[in-house]
Design a protein around this ligand. Structure first.
Ligand SMILES: Cc1cc2nc3c(=O)[nH]c(=O)nc-3n(C[C@H](O)[C@H](O)[C@H](O)COP(=O)(O)OP(=O)(O)OC[C@H]3O[C@@H](n4cnc5c(N)ncnc54)[C@H](O)[C@@H]3O)c2cc1C
Length: 306
C-alpha cells in the first residue's frame, strides 16, 4: 500500500508524466493495458473478445476535463462509439464505461448530468448499458447521487463501489434499494486515511463481505477483481448458496490475468473484459503501474538495458 501511494504521488508530478508520455520505451507496456489509440482498432479487439465468448466494456480514456468544449467533444465521441456498437454484430456483448469527469463533472453536476442523460438516451434504443466508473472519493457522493437521479428514466445505467472506502457499506445499501447494477472493485486512487482503509487485508476482507452481499441481493452484479484467493473464496460461496452462474459476471481489466479470464470462461462463468482505448492513457496507466510493483521493475529493467 505504501508503494502504491508513492507511485501514485510520483506519477502526478509533471516531469514524471512528461518523461513517460514522451518516451517510446513505455509504449509496449502501455499497449499491454490499452487496446489502442483509435476506435476502429479498439472495436476490432472488442469484437474478437466477444467472438471468443467474453463480454466487453469499452472505455474511451479521458477524465477531469476542464472546459465545456472538451466535455462536448467527449460526448460526441461516445455517441459515435454507441452507434458503432449498436450497429455492430455484438451489441448484446459490448457495453460502455465512462468517467463522469470526462463529461464535465468538474464544471458542475448539472453539466455532467445533462451530458450523461443525453448519452443514456442515445444508448437506450440499442439496449446498450452504460456504467459510470467510480473516481476519487471527492466524486463518490456526486456519482452515487447522479445514478439515483437518472435511474428511474434510464435503467440502462449503474456505477461502481470501492471496498477501500469506509462509506461503501452504506452506498451498497442505497444502490441495492435503488435496484441498479453495481460493479465492486477494491479502489485505485490515492485516498487519505480519513476516508479509506489503508491496509490490504482490511480492503480484501471488506471486498469479500460486500461481494457476498451483492451475489445474494444484487441485480446482475459485477465482481471485478484479479485476486485469485478472493475469486476462489467467492466461487465456494457461489457453490454453497447455489447462486446461478448467469446471475452475475466477473470483470477484469484488459491485459491482466488473461489466464484467469480464460479459466473462468471455460468453467461456464460470465466474464467481461474492461477495454480502455484512446490517447489520454496516462492516468489509467499510472494507476495500473501502482497496483503491482513488478510492473515498475519491468520498466526499470527496460530502461537500464538501453
Ligand atoms: C473491470 C474493472 C473495473 C474497474 N473499475 C474501477 C473503477 O471504476 N474505480 C476504481 O477505483 N477502480 C476500478 N478498478 C480497479 C480496482 O479498483 C483495482 O485497483 C484493481 O482491480 C486491482 O485490484 P485487484 O482486485 O485485482 O486486487 P489486487 O490485490 O490489487 O491484485 C490481485 C492480483 O491481480 C493481479 N494484478 C492486479 N493489478 C495488476 C496490474 N495492474 N498489473 C498486473 N497484475 C495485476 C496481480 O496478480 C495481483 O497479485 C477496476 C478494476 C476492474 C477489474
Amino acid at each position: 500500500m505504501i508503494f502504491r501511494s508513492l507511485i501514485l504521488k510520483a506519477s502526478s508530478l509533471s516531469p514524471v508524466k512528461k518523461a513517460i508520455t514522451k518516451s517510446s520505451l513505455f509504449r509496449p507496456m502501455v499497449s499491454r493495458f490499452v487496446a489502442g489509440d483509435d476506435l476502429d482498432h479498439s472495436l476490432s479487439v472488442a469484437e474478437d473478445l466477444a467472438t471468443n465468448g467474453f463480454g466487453v466494456s469499452l472505455d474511451l480514456l479521458g477524465e477531469n476535463v476542464a472546459t465545456l468544449e472538451e466535455a462536448t467533444r467527449a460526448l460526441a465521441s461516445y455517441e459515435e462509439i454507441i452507434d458503432r456498437i449498436g450497429k455492430g454484430r455484438h451489441k448484446d456483448k459490448i457495453n460502455i464505461s465512462i468517467k463522469l469527469t470526462a463529461l464535465g463533472l468538474d464544471l458542475g453536476d448539472d453539466v455532467a448530468e445533462r451530458h450523461y442523460r443525453h448519452l443514456l438516451r442515445h444508448a437506450q434504443p440499442y439496449g446498450i448499458f452504460i456504467r459510470a466508473d467510480m473516481e476519487a472519493s471527492e466524486y463518490t457522493e456526486r456519482t452515487v447521487a447522479m445514478i439515483e437521479r437518472v435511474f428511474a428514466d434510464f435503467p440502462n445505467t449503474g456505477t461502481v463501489l470501492q471496498s477501500y472506502l469506509y462509506r461503501t457499506d452504506d452506498d451498497l445499501e442505497r444502490l441495492l434499494r435503488l435496484g441498479s447494477r453495481i460493479r465492486l472493485v477494491k479502489g485505485a486512487y490515492l485516498e487519505p486515511e480519513t476516508v479509506a482503509y489503508r491496509d490490504k487485508a482490511t480492503v480484501d476482507d471488506m471486498y469479500v463481505t460486500e461481494a457476498k452481499k451483492l451475489l445474494l441481493r444484487g441485480k446482475y452484479p459485477a465482481i471485478a477483481t484479479h485476486d485469485e484467493a478472493i475469486i476462489s473464496e467467492l466461487k465456494d460461496f457461489i457453490e454453497e448458496n447455489k447462486i446461478p452462474r448467469d446471475s452475475f459476471e466477473w470483470q477484469m481489466l484488459f491485459g491482466i490475468r488473461r489466464d484467469l479470464q480464460n479459466d473462468l470462461l471455460e468453467e461456464g462463468f460470465k466474464v467481461r473484459v474492461y477495454l480502455p482505448f484512446g490517447e489520454a492513457w496516462y492516468p489509467y496507466f499510472s494507476r495500473r503501474l501502482a497496483e503491482r510493483p513488478a510492473n515498475l521493475v519491468f520498466i526499470t529493467k527496460s530502461l537500464l538495458k538501453k
